[in-house]
Design a protein around this ligand. Structure first.
Ligand SMILES: [Zn+2]
Ligand SMILES: [Zn+2]
Length: 203
């Protein structure tokens, strides 16, 4: 079973919450009645930002969470406890909003689930890594870059491209640079080569 849960961001700061909970690896609660083990795509009105698994659902008053932007009432309702699998605030395929993608919130049919999973993974994981170590390292870099919340510059800092819709953050020694995807790939390839030389000269 798969569920698309759209969160009203004036009520719950979803983007900040998923970045924080992905880093701390803490599960968190959202109001929804979902089955244990079910997978959930978490979305704002602009698109999907995270993929999670339901640990359990609980009938309770609202569990404390600093990301709520509205006062809690004392009403009991069902809350799903969620464990994040991946977070991506700048997903290339799913940033286009739901009317454009023709997907409805709630339970998704198996075909839509398959499509969503493939689209999410295609945008999320790197294909140009050769070892598990590299993949792990790249995933962490990718997480920090794609979930950096500052506004991007108007053009790529390497080639000057102004195609705003494709520009992204690159982290370089703790500093964030705005790059286009081509310059971004080159930046990581160059970085890898320098590291390889450094590793070889150590031996
Ligand atoms: Zn560029
Ligand atoms: Zn980068």
């Amino acid at each position: 079973m798969c569920h698309l849960l759209i969160v009203e961001e004036s009520e719950f700061a979803l983007r900040q919450a998923v970045v924080a909970y992905y880093e701390t690896k803490e599960p968190f609660y959202l109001p929804a009645e979902l089955a244990e083990g079910e997978d959930v795509f978490l979305a704002t009105a602009d698109g999907i930002v995270a993929y999670a698994e339901v640990l359990f659902s609980e009938y309770t008053t609202r569990p404390a969470d600093p990301h709520w932007l509205v006062e809690a009432d004392e009403q009991e309702r069902t809350y799903a406890c969620l464990d994040l699998i991946s977070v991506d605030l700048r997903h290339p395929l799913l940033g286009s909003g739901f009317p454009a993608l023709n997907i409805k919130p709630g339970q998704t049919d198996p075909k839509t689930r398959q499509w969503l999973l493939e689209a999410w993974q295609a945008g999320h994981f790197e294909t140009d890594v050769s070892t598990v170590e590299e993949a792990k390292k790249r995933r962490i870099e990718r997480f920090r870059e794609r979930n950096h919340l500052a506004p991007l510059l108007a053009s790529c800092e390497a080639c000057g491209s102004t195609r705003q819709s494709v520009l992204e953050w690159h982290e370089d020694n703790g500093h964030f640079k705005t790059l286009c995807p081509t310059c971004h790939r080159l930046a990581h390839q160059a970085y890898q080569e320098i590291q390889d030389i450094a590793a070889a000269s150590d031996d």
